[in-house]
Ligand binder design. Sequence first.
Ligand code: N01
Length: 554
Amino acid sequence: MSSAQSSPVERIATEGYDVVVVGAGFAGMYMLHRLRGLGFSARLFEQGGGVGGTWYWNRYPGARCDVESMQYSYSFSEELQQEWDWSERYAPQPEILKYANHVADRFDLRRDIQFSTRVERAAFDERSNSWSVTTSDGKTVNARFVVLATGCLSNARKPDINGLENFKGPVYHTGNWPHEPVDFTGLRVALIGTGSSGIQSAPVIAEQAKHLTVFQRTANFSIPARNAALTDEEREAFRKNYPEIRRFAREVARNGIYAQQPDRGALDDDADARRGKYEARWERGGLTFMYVYNNLGLDRTANDTAANFVRGKIAEIVSDPETAKLLQPNSHPIGTKRICIDTDYFATFNRPNVSLVEIKTNPIQEITANAVRVAGTDHEVDALVLATGFDAMTGSVAKIDIRGRGGQTLNQKWAEGPKTYLGLMSAGFPNLFIITGPGSPSVLSNMIVSIEQHVDWIADGLVHMRKHGLATMEAGRAAEDKWVTHVNEVAHGTLYPQANSWYMGANIPGKPRIFMPYIGGVGVYRQICNDVAAKGYEGFVMERAVQPEAAAAS
Ligand code: N01
């Protein structure tokens, strides 16, 4: 498209880029690679100083992926998946970041990436059918297409806790951790938040700190990771079976993870058989605990059997009965908030240098210069760790001033909740794609499986447009409304909306309560996307450029 030929579509491209990609995480990097392979010109802007996205920012102690390394990796290059050696069952953050850097080097991606540059504004010009993209260095470039690869959990959220700004010691957020080593030796540390990040970091901080006080608003379900070094034999077995493993992850497994699938519901087994199965999965460890049975996300009675099992395990592990009781989750069905995967989280509360403060009934009153005050008691600390999560799925998109047709902003359009067709595009914003956006399986799946599917689908769409001389592609309003309704209906057929989760936007005061990801499963979703494309991009509106002569005559 970037060759200097005569159609208006092509002339625009020579003044800028065919595509601007925002974000150099796993989504943006693969998008860039595909675009270049197809002969599109592309520029990628990344606000961080390096590639890796989530894994660039989340450097907190104990950070590691909760999807097994051999599966949390790109599948698009056979050479890449055969040559890279993962060291552990669950890769630690530094190793995933090293992998991201390896990919950037191996595919020579950096020459088209501008680091330390935020995209601040993107405005669609209806006359030229192109986007004008303004970056934090004050420059503006033109692009026919913009692809938002801004990540679902990339906008770290500082909580509105009274007095936080008065704290005299260092304050860290797990989602925006310093690049320099942080040493807690000899310090009293407060950890606020007990989601995946808090649960992963608590045991590691506790080993170093003089004292760790964990402030828990909602107790969470967590399953042991059973992390271990990968043996050569294990790696080899995966490599040999990759074609089948990848196919299964894409087409069969709901969450994009190759694992044994359940063949029955929890109430189809008697109590002994059920307990045996839960024990076996607990011993194996990891996310697949939730795949013992096929109705844990659907039926509350079935769900209770798994939740009771985990509550029982917490009581067995934690020595102090009162602490154990506080750590037993009761506010939501198991799995309806993202289940956590830990290494020694519950056992950490048996350490003499760790204490738990429950802040549901007595919220934090204030943070003072040197303490966290709860129910009139000052818990004195030297450092604060905020593991308080993200403005998920929409937060990073909302930070960009995006203006579509008629100058409408995406934030205005999404004021009552995100609206997309297939999570990929939003009506009124032509030629703007979102990778793993709200309305797609994204955060309910192995992210890399979902990322590759979206990138390939977008790449195919651009090739289709080039082949047919089309200038714009846009979600149709009717198709979008229908999809939003469908996403909602599927979610409300499950137990998920019963939790005050970030899936629902419930962690951000004032954010609309909409179940954002598509829960139908990655295989079903992939088929829907493929069918839509096969039917000539059914539900999307695709238009040719108006030729200057025709425009002048009208
Ligand atoms: O964030 P979260 P996260 N006062 O939103 C509490 C992925 N991830 O960074 O539940 C006091 O889950 C909040 O309490 P409550 C994964 O998808 C993956 O841990 O709202 N507390 C909660 O306990 C995950 O789900 C990996 O009542 C406050 C915690 O902070 C997602 O990222 C590792 C508060 C936030 O939990 C987000 O995880 C890490 C306040 N004002 C993350 N505000 C792996 O791959 C919030 N909280 C392993």
